[in-house]
Design a protein. Sequence first.
Length: 204
Amino acid sequence: MISEYQRRLRERLLSVPVVPPPAPWRPVLDWCIPIGGLLGIGFALEPDGDRDLVMVVSVDGHGLFDAVTGERIARDRAPDPDTSTPDGVPDLSVPGLGPLDGSRVRIAGLFGGGLHTTTVDGWTLETVSPEWPNDRVLLSVDGGIPHDGPHGERWWHIFDSDHSELRAAGFSPSGRTLAVATSSDLTLWTRPAPGTAAPDEAGV
């Protein structure tokens, strides 16, 4: 038996449409990156640079993507079976690829772990399931409670995993990239470095 508050909250979450994240966020691509059998993702910084990279682990191997352009910059179709999935090591990590060769990247997804759900300048991400097993991803601003205040002004329903199982959703450690990964695809948004375009200065 759910309470009246829970019922109203569920109805509110179900009533709002999917909308794009507000400025300064922008989509990396016009559509998601299709990745069949996606198991998890992780973030790393480009060595000798400041660009976010995204490591993807799937049933078909490992891939490394540029989080600003969406370009795949490295791939391993046949990783070592002992390290092909992150569940065999305590920190849920896999070996890096390409420019990350020689390092390890922590992965969040089917085997556990998690991505950052807040940024230093007040953006917050929350996953809710008012229509389980479908998950919805909510973005809010100024550290506020997601779904508090008008939808489209202080919080945004940015993703509905009604087509595939949600694997992970969160920010990169730098706060410049927002990612949602499902069992079939990866969706990325990017923005300038925190402090260069604060939420209120962006008109949200």
